[in-house]
Design a binder for this molecule. Structure first.
Ligand SMILES: NC(=O)c1ccc[n+]([C@@H]2O[C@H](COP(=O)([O-])OP(=O)(O)OC[C@H]3O[C@@H](n4cnc5c(N)ncnc54)[C@H](OP(=O)(O)O)[C@@H]3O)[C@@H](O)[C@H]2O)c1
Length: 244
């Protein structure tokens, strides 16, 4: 598989890229920190990635960087089978309520620019079909008091990805929406871990299987599918009082 990864320098993106490298996939990394990208590329080569792992600058905060990055990736890989977007940002609700620039950046990165990046990837690297795998979140499933703003950005992203699947599946585009529950990464550092918190490697195994099968929606770790089925059924009166 020839794969373009945006966000593979940390967390679940790194674990997924490593799992792909270990089975011999060819990878191209996009990100905003050149040193991190180069370090990650060498790590993936040592783990078995096919050929040289090349990299290109791509800042999800700046949509002007998308086009050149995807052109570089296509040039290096030839055919692109899969584009993975794990890049995203999180900040606590209180911080986002007090810091308008940070809120604007989080909304732009998680929603507007992720959509713009996916649109670009769909029309170029994946124009002949393939898989677009994007990390949304269980936080987008209900309006929840501790994650109103982050959750809204992911809810919008989830709906966009659902629509893409409905519109383009028959034309050969497989859209895989990943909805992680709480996973221990740099994003959740310092936050209290709830029951069923997961590890990046565990998520990577589940997501890789979903990419291979073209599963449209995947919860990871698995128990979050059941947890969210319950959360979706809770009445509004309960959700107003709930602190999770
Ligand atoms: N961890 C969880 O519990 C959890 C739960 C639900 C959903 N998610 C979602 O799952 C995805 C992966 O999360 P994670 O926990 O693995 O996160 P992470 O460890 O914080 O890694 C995030 C990755 O996104 C990249 N990134 C952030 N802003 C970027 C930008 N403007 N341009 C390019 N790259 C950027 C980071 O690169 P830099 O090194 O340059 O910052 C890093 O490689 C995210 O979309 C997150 O919202 C996470």
């Amino acid at each position: 598989m020839n794969v373009v990864c945006l966000g593979a320098t940390k967390g679940m993106g790194r674990a997924l890229a490593r799992a792909m490298a270990e089975r011999g996939d060819a990878l191209f990394l996009l990100g905003r920190d050149d040193d991190d990208l180069k370090r990650s590329a060498r790590d993936l080569e040592v783990r078995g990635a096919q050929g040289t792992v090349h990299t290109a600058y791509c800042d999800l905060g700046d949509s002007e960087t998308f086009s050149a990055a995807l052109v570089d990736a296509e040039r290096a890989l030839g055919t692109v089978d899969t584009v993975v977007v794990t890049a995203g940002q999180f900040a606590p609700q209180d911080d986002l309520e007090e810091d308008a620039p940070r809120l604007r950046e989080m909304l732009a990165v998680n929603f507007t620019n992720t959509v713009l990046f996916c649109e670009r990837a769909r029309k170029t690297a994946l124009k002949s079909g393939g898989t677009l795998c994007v990390f949304s979140s269980v936080a987008g499933e209900r309006g929840r008091t501790p994650v109103v703003l982050y959750g809204a950005s992911k809810a919008g992203l989830t709906r966009y990805l659902e629509g893409l699947d409905h519109r383009y599946r028959r034309a050969g585009l497989r859209v895989v929406t990943v909805k992680p529950g709480f996973v221990r990464t740099s994003m959740t550092d310092g936050l209290p871990a709830p029951p069923f918190a997961g590890e990046p490697d565990q998520v990577a195994r589940i997501v890789l299987r979903a990419i291979d099968r073209g599963t449209p929606v995947v919860y990871a770790p698995g128990p979050w599918r059941h947890i969210m089925a319950i959360v979706r059924a809770l009445p509004r009166s309960f959700m107003r009082r709930a602190s999770f």
